[in-house]
Every structure is written in C-alpha cells, then in structure tokens.
Design a protein around this ligand. Structure first.
Ligand code: 3AT
Ligand code: MG
Length: 337
C-alpha cells in the first residue's frame, strides 16, 4: 500500500508545546519515589549479601535509564562473578529468602526468556523484577541514560511516546507489539536523523567507555557533559517533534527495506543484515537493531497481525497530530476494543 504523502504541519502546532510539557512533567517520578527505590535496593542488597557475599545488585531498565514514569516497577540485576552458577537455582534460592523476609507476591519465573524473581515490597508498595547476570541490560541502560543527558527533548519525546503506547495498548510484547526499550531506541534514532541533528551517535565517537559482555564489545563515548548544547542548532519544539515522529512511522519509514540503527546513527538495509525473510519466529516486519546485540531485532516480537495494529496506530497518531482540535487528549485516549 502507498502511504507516503507530503504533509505540511498544521500552523498552530506550537500551541501544543505547553500542554505536551505539562503531560511530560506529570509523568516524571518525584524525588521521594526515587528515594524509596534506593531504600528498597539497599534492603535487597543486605539480604542478598548474607547468602552471596560477593554478589552485587544493579538497577537497570526504566528506573535507571531516566525514561521511567512515575509508579513504574523496578528492574534489578543480581551480578555474580562465578560464571558456572545455575541461574534457576539462584533464583529459587532467592525467592525462598525473599519469602521468609515477608516480601509479597514472590514468584520465580525460571523459564522466561529472561528468568526472574518477582516481588512486591509491602513497605514501599514497589514491585520489582530481579534477574541474574543480565549485564548487557545494565550496559544498554547506561547508553540510554547517557543519550538522555545530551538534549532534554529526548526525554520529553520518549515519555510522550511511551505514554501514547501504553494508552493505546501497543506496548505489550506478549501481544506482538513493542517494548518500552524499543520505543526509546526509536526516539533516539529519530533525533539522530533530524537535520541539524539533535543527538550524536555515541557508538561512532571516540570510545571513552568500554566493557566486554558475553563476547560483545560495548564501546561508546560517555563523557556526555561535553556534549550539552549538541542539538542547539536545531530549534524544533517538542510539539513539532511529536508530530514528525508519528509522521515518520506512519508515512515515511520504509518497512520493506530498512532497519533503524542507533549504533550507526543511520538507516541501514535489511539486505545487509540478512533480515529479508522469516527465519523461525523472526519475521522482521519492523526492524530495530539492538545497539550492542546487533543480531537482535527488537521488532522480532511483531507478527503479521500486530504489524497492522502498530501501523494503524502510528497513522491514527499522525492524523490526530495533524487534524484533531485537541491532540493532547485525543492522542492518549485509551484503546477500546
Ligand atoms: P517500563 O517503564 O518498565 O515500561 P523499561 O525500560 O524498564 O520500561 P522493560 O521493563 O521492558 O523496559 O525492560 C527492562 C530493561 O531490560 C530495559 C532494557 O535495558 C532491557 N531490555 C528490555 N528488552 C530488551 C531486549 N529485547 N533486548 C535487550 N535488552 C532489553
Ligand atoms: Mg521496567
């Protein structure tokens, strides 16, 4: 189907800046919530170290990548030096310990793609997932957080996009739509491609941070304080960017041929990655390259039904941004089946 069209943005677009910023601010977690998360992490650390004195706990995911909205669950990684550990055993043991310490809803999911223990802290009301040795996730959390320091428009855009995705029911990987992590990568990539660029490509710059995880070299420029002001030659406002983001995914992205790649800061071809046909369950209907695990397509969860749902939602959002009288409400109207 031919969807490409030439759209000129509505004239009153900048009247939407203030309401979008209000929505963004209402989603940002207050300091006291951050303090409670730290408090819970310290408590968990104490319990874990009684059993495994060498182990360390790291926060990752949205509570640490700066893209977390208020009242999110927290993601914790238990890092153990010993490579020979049996993850399932560790998780079952951990579940036991947590149960005896009166945490609620404790559940070990040892067969999940990323095996975890779930828990709820009755003291703070915070829910938490703990995984073992998922160090790549700790590293991708850092690169997301570093990008967020460079230009505040990234965080604003990503909060609005995540809020839209949750409201419209397209942030459910088990239903074939995209993860929060994938949406944030889409936002970073989109800002890398604006002209003038709003974000650089940290992995193409001098490596000031370097770790090797599971044989993958993760290197990038992380002295982001030196990059503040990077995007200042681009004066696009948040409302213009939200409009352009949805337009891009509704009408301009070439789903048949292209892969978005934060790692290279450009669009690359499916052909070059050999992502042109279905292999197993990987259909590559929308292609988002993981910045470090580059054989990993974050769009792999999308199937022939959910791609239609996703694209219709991008189109709806683009239409709302272009024509609706009150996009700041309409965009986030819950999807009712
Ligand atoms: P929410 O605010 O919880 O929706 P999040 O960023 O915490 O957003 P998830 O809870 O889905 O997202 O995932 C937690 C972290 O796990 C985010 C990212 O560092 C890592 N992660 C998630 N999915 C993948 C993936 N497919 N490949 C690699 N890392 C991933
Ligand atoms: Mg999370």
């Amino acid at each position: 189907r031919m969807l490409r069209r030439q759209m000129v943005c509505r004239r009153d677009i900048d009247s939407l800046n203030a309401p979008f910023l209000l929505i963004y601010e209402s989603l940002v977690p207050p300091e006291e919530e951050k303090a409670k998360q730290k408090q819970l992490l310290m408590l968990l650390e104490k319990l874990v170290n009684k059993e495994w004195p060498q182990a360390q706990l790291y926060l990752y995911g949205s509570c640490a990548n700066s893209f977390g909205v208020s009242k999110s669950d927290i993601d914790v990684c238990l890092a153990m030096e010993d490579a020979d550990i049996n993850k399932s055993e560790v998780l079952l043991k951990l579940a036991d310990i947590l149960q005896s310490d009166n945490f609620q809803n404790v559940q070990a999911l040892t067969h999940a793609r990323v095996p975890i223990v779930k828990l709820m802290d009755p003291e703070t009301g915070i829910s938490c997932d703990i995984c073992v040795n998922n160090v790549l996730a700790v590293v991708n959390t850092k690169v997301l957080r570093d990008y967020a320091c460079i230009d505040e428009r990234l965080r604003q855009l990503a909060f609005i996009v995540k809020h839209w995705a949750k409201s419209r029911g397209v942030n459910e990987t088990y239903q074939g739509t995209l993860s929060s992590y994938a949406y944030v990568l889409m936002c970073i990539h989109f800002l890398q491609l604006r002209r003038p660029a709003i974000l650089p490509c940290l992995q193409e710059m001098e490596a000031t941070y370097s770790v090797t995880v599971d044989d993958i070299d993760c290197t990038f420029f992380d002295q982001v304080e030196k990059l503040s002001g990077f995007g200042s030659r681009n004066s696009e406002t948040i409302a213009q960017l939200v409009w352009a983001f949805f337009n891009y995914w509704a009408y301009y992205h070439d789903y048949a041929n292209n892969v978005i790649s934060v790692r290279s800061g450009s669009i690359i071809s499916k052909h070059e990655k050999d992502w042109t046909r279905r292999i197993g369950n990987d259909r590559h209907l929308i292609c988002i390259e993981d910045p470090f695990e580059i054989s990993h397509d974050l769009g792999r969860v999308v199937d022939k039904f959910s791609i239609k749902v996703l694209r219709e939602e991008f189109e709806r959002a683009a239409e709302v941004m272009q024509y609706d009288r009150n996009p700041c409400v309409k965009l986030f109207e819950p999807y009712v089946p």
